[in-house]
Write a protein that binds this ligand. Structure first.
Ligand code: 1GP
Length: 260
């Protein structure tokens, strides 16, 4: 194989995230799913408002119908806002040379080895060839799971089984994954329970803990942050109710955690 490898693991984007978390801030990531966009020009108008409100990063991805060209197109539009653009791939087609980093994820509770390690093997050289920073991420699907859970053949962890969520997160961290993403599924009727977030944070306080799926209002985002979420991810709400998305961002931005 003739590839010039530039393996980048946890560099600039990681520093950007960790510096902010270290200041006691909770970050907000806006997820854009190219397959859900009706008009690419609309992305820029919406992104401008979200960036002005204070979202910290843009993530691009989805579980169904996302090609590399789609991610390229959206990434190129989002780059002008000066925020990190991160790929959130549902498959190897979700990688783009125009993103700053990729959540290099293993869907840990998938029953299909492809989503645990197969897609990562298939895509690793591509990420290295493009010189994209890889953020090693344990992706854990809880409860509803949505399209990500269905396509990824996850065996979602029941909402009330917080200790199973924590065991997955701890195992991932012990395997070297410094980012843990608790996913209820896009459009989930309820987000990941606060108890799960709290327990995960208590066992792996140094991991960056992302929480997403079904977060639709500022209170939910603030409560999840208060129990340990370092990053709140919202996707659907941007399309469903942009003003509400902006309220969530402002609420998340106003949080300062104190460390005793
Ligand atoms: C999905 O966690 C994200 O991967 C965001 O979910 O679309 O429900 O905000 P929502």
């Amino acid at each position: 194989m003739n590839v010039r490898l530039k393996v980048r693991r946890e560099e600039r984007v990681s520093k950007y995230i960790r510096d902010r978390v270290g200041e006691g801030r909770t970050l907000h990531f806006t997820l854009i799913d190219p397959a859900k966009l009706s008009d690419i020009d609309e992305v820029e108008r919406v992104a401008e408002r979200l960036a002005a409100a204070g979202t910290d990063c843009f993530m691009i991805g989805g579980s169904l119908g996302v090609s590399e060209r789609d991610v390229d197109e959206v990434a190129l539009r989002l780059r002008k806002f000066g925020l990190p653009v991160i790929a959130f791939p549902g498959n190897i087609s979700g990688i783009s040379k125009h993103v700053d980093a990729v959540l290099f994820m293993s869907l840990l509770n998938s029953e299909d080895p492809y989503y645990v390690i197969g897609a990562q093997v298939a895509g690793a050289f591509v990420v290295a060839k493009y010189g994209i920073e890889a953020l090693p991420t344990g992706y854990i699907v809880v409860g509803y799971g949505g399209t990500a859970g269905y396509i990824g053949r996850a065996r979602p962890i029941p909402y009330e089984k917080h200790e199973i969520v924590a065991a997955y997160a701890l195992a991932a961290y012990m395997l070297g994954m410094n980012y843990i993403y608790l996913e209820a599924g896009s459009g989930a009727p309820q987000p990941v329970p606060q108890e799960s977030v709290k327990l995960v944070k208590s066992v792996i306080p140094n991991a960056v803990l992302l929480v997403g799926g079904g977060i639709r209002d500022p209170n939910t985002a603030v409560h999840l942050s208060q129990v340990g979420a370092d990053v709140i991810v919202t996707g659907n709400i941007v399309e469903d109710n942009l003003e509400k998305a902006i309220e969530i961002i402002k609420a998340v931005r106003s949080i300062r955690k104190t460390f005793l």
